[in-house]
Design a protein around this ligand. Structure first.
Ligand SMILES: O=C(CO)[C@H](O)[C@H](O)COP(=O)(O)O
Ligand SMILES: [Fe+2]
Length: 217
């Protein structure tokens, strides 16, 4: 059984409170929040002040995906804003081990995300320290892109790495997941599925969330 983390990136930004209520009602497990800085990725979204405001209107765990250069500079800000899981890109921080320890020392969960072309071996000496690994199944920066098929092997291999060491690490994937491929991806061993456009693009967002949950349970 996998969980669902709707990505707010594809929500109506003028109606965030209401959009969150809809996915909560549909049984979302995490709320996925995409922070982009216009440097690490060619897009800009929102930062700690928006997340802090949303924290007041949701009880869902906040799964914050930082697509920003040198994320270590902002760990305290995102912790204060209410992040429950803070995920950094391995490509964006020079001292990955130090950044992970800095997140964990704040008493929240630490995640590492990998771009599609980044090999899994960058996790070799940190996997044991992590709470979550986020495999990007599109190139980060935008919602509504197509799933990159080559990521299926990466997911299988990471599943084996986690299971062989009997680790308590959430395997999360992000990008291009829809009602058609969700079941297959769950069967590859994914624990948490991020979906943006496939959830918030629906006419009835609550019903779509429920539909997703049914497919991946
Ligand atoms: O991190 C992201 C993009 O960089 C988003 O979480 C992701 O793309 C979700 O969008 P969709 O489900 O529409 O592909
Ligand atoms: Fe994301």
């Amino acid at each position: 059984m996998a969980g669902l983390a709707p990505s707010l990136l594809s929500a109506d930004f003028a109606e965030l409170k209401e959009e969150i209520r809809k996915v909560e009602e549909g049984g979302a497990d995490f709320l996925h929040l995409d922070v982009m800085d216009g440097n690490f990725v060619p897009n800009i979204t929102f930062g700690p002040p928006v997340i802090k405001s949303l924290r007041k209107v949701s009880t869902l765990p906040f799964d914050v995906h930082l697509m920003i250069d040198r994320p270590e500079r902002y760990i305290g800000d995102f912790v204060n804003a209410g992040a429950d899981i803070l995920t950094v890109h391995a490509e964006a921080t020079i001292h990955l081990n130090r950044t992970i320890q800095a997140i964990k020392s704040e008493g929240i969960k630490a995640g590492v995300s990998l771009n599609p072309s980044t090999p899994l071996n960058v996790l070799d000496y940190v996997l044991e320290d992590l709470d979550l690994v986020l495999i990007m199944t599109v190139n980060p920066g935008f919602g509504g892109q197509s799933f990159i098929k080559a990521m299926e092997d990466k997911i299988r291999t990471l599943r084996k790495m986690i299971d062989e060491k009997n680790l308590d690490v959430i395997l999360e994937i992000d990008g291009g997941v829809n009602l058609e491929n969700a079941k297959h991806l769950k069967e590859l061993g994914v624990d948490m599925i991020v979906a943006g456009s496939a959830v918030f693009g629906a006419e009835d967002i609550t019903a779509r969330t429920q539909e997703f949950k049914k497919i991946i349970e």
